[in-house]
Structures are given as structure tokens and as C-alpha cells.
Design a protein. Sequence first.
Length: 344
Amino acid sequence: MNDLAKLIPRTEPASDDEIFNARETCRQIVGAAFTGLDAHAYSEFHSLLALVYEQDFQPKTWPKIGIDQRVLVSTIKAVLEPALLREFTTVALQETVAQVPNDSAAYLLWLKQVIAEHPASHHPFYEQFIATDVTVSQLRSFLIQETNLDPRFDDILCQLQFGTSGPARLELASNYNDEMGGGLGAAGVHTDLFRQSLRHLDIDLERDTKDVWLPTKVSGNLTAMFGTNREHFFKAIGYFGVVEHLTPRRMKRVVQAWRRLGLPESGIEYQKLHIQIDAKHSQAWFANIVGPYAADSIEVKRQIAIGALIRLNSSQLYLDSLPGYLAPAALQTPGALNKSAAEA
Ligand SMILES: [Fe+2]
Ligand SMILES: [Fe+2]
């Protein structure tokens, strides 16, 4: 871990010199990672960003509650976030976005078709590997990686609601109400239901999520960037619209695996619930958030499409990579994992 990483969680504010040096260090890391194509620098880039975002979602406890690290954190984000966005704004993405229809009704149909036809939509990692092959220990490792989004989603919804109005604001509020259990009280809070799944596989959020894999950090960093940075609001509604849209079919496969492995039914309340509720959330997200904002202008339509495509592309990369982490040996022999990797 470099000196900068030690500075971020520190309990005294960074000095002007430290902030100046932090900017320089971040520029060097970005240069080495993306111009020099240095794998170590790339890993350092994502670890640093993950550490920064961890501060955004952590509970504020004493003595850190009184420490103002905003200048340091903003400085780091100001250098690293544009590089992260550039990493995923590929030429292929820009070519797809250039085809965005101007007509609002046609746009929604186009966007749904782009999502439906993308390899991430029916990825063999879920359709094949999770559904039929995953073992208990692989499922455990996989759920540890999935903590990069699920336990943060309710906090992200709160942040997306800032400055919204009309149907979008109501939709975000209604979605958030569902996250809080929709009137069922503590027993229905989604993040707690997710923790219930984790507990069944002996996963502790604080203990077991410190060393997630690099593709998990990449995915988590994109999610946190779009969930916490208001400059990317339109991209965020595209990004999280895809998250809601793809969740039901993915959760079906996790439920299938859970039952096949004979794990207790009480551990999949979260996944069973999301097969139903995210079908509703997805439909309402496109009708009440994407639709009204997209009607504003062609540029907003493009921004939403960029966010949706970044989610699709990054999800594909993440799922493509997981078999190599879960069972590297299996990749060298014929089998489901091998097929998954080849078809992805
Ligand atoms: Fe949820
Ligand atoms: Fe949802």
C-alpha cells in the first residue's frame, strides 16, 4: 500500500503539501496504468479508488466524524475518476451511442434492444456455471465479490434522488421504500436480507471483503462513481436501470444453485424477492426515470445510453473474469467453466 493509501483513512486532515503530492501521485499512477500499461499501476489505481469510495459508504464513527478530508478526497477523485470513465468509454461504445434515435419512444425501444442483445444480458456465467456447476465454496467466493454493489444500493438511491423532481423523484422514493422493506420493518430491509445470505455461507462483510479480486474492484468503482458523483447523473440512471433490469434473471440462477446445493431456503429470501421486485423496479425505472429525462434532449439520451453500455460492458468483463478466479484449473480441462469462458 502506498503512502497515499495510508493518508485517506487517517484521523488528521491532510496538509496542503500532502494534497499537492497526492495530485502528483495520482497523475503518475494514471499515466503508468493507462499510458504505460503497467499492470501493477492499474491494480494500484483501482485499489486506491476503492479505498476512497469505501470512505463514502462507511459509517462515520468517532474520531473520524470530525475530520474534514474533503479536499484530499476530491483531489484524488478529480484525477482518477476521469481516467476510469475514459477506460470504459471505448470506441465501440461511442459508435453505438452515435446511433441513439432522437424520437423518445423509439429511443426507449432502442435502449431495451441494446440491453437485450448484449452478451451480459444472458451471460453463461449465470446461465450455465451458476445454474448447474457452481460448488458451495465457489458460491461463497462469488457472493463475497457481489458485496461491491448490493449492500450499497440503498445509499446510492438516496444520493441519486438529490435534485430530482416529479415522477423520477417519486420512483426513486418508492424504490427506496422497497429497499427499506416496504413497510415490513427491519425484517424486510434488503441489505439485511442480503447479509442473511452471506451469513449462511459464513461470510462476514467486514472480515471477508477486504481483499476482493481486481475485477470486483473495477466493477465496484464504476458503481460507486456513478452512485455518488452528481456530475454523472444521466449516466447513472442508465447504469442502474441496467442493474435493475438484469437482476431478476440472475437471481433465478442463484436460487437454482442454492437449491441444487441443498442450502437452507431461509438463506435465499433476498434472491427470491429480487426476482419479483426488480422486474417491477426495472419497468418503473424506464417508465418514470429514463423516459422523462430522455425526452429532454438527444444529449441526455446519449448520456443515459453511455451509462447503460458501461454497465453492460463492465458486467460482461467482470463475469468473463470470474471463472479464472473461482477455478483456474478447470479452465485447462473441458467442462462448463471452460465453455463459459469460451462463449463469453
Ligand atoms: Fe433491493
Ligand atoms: Fe430493485
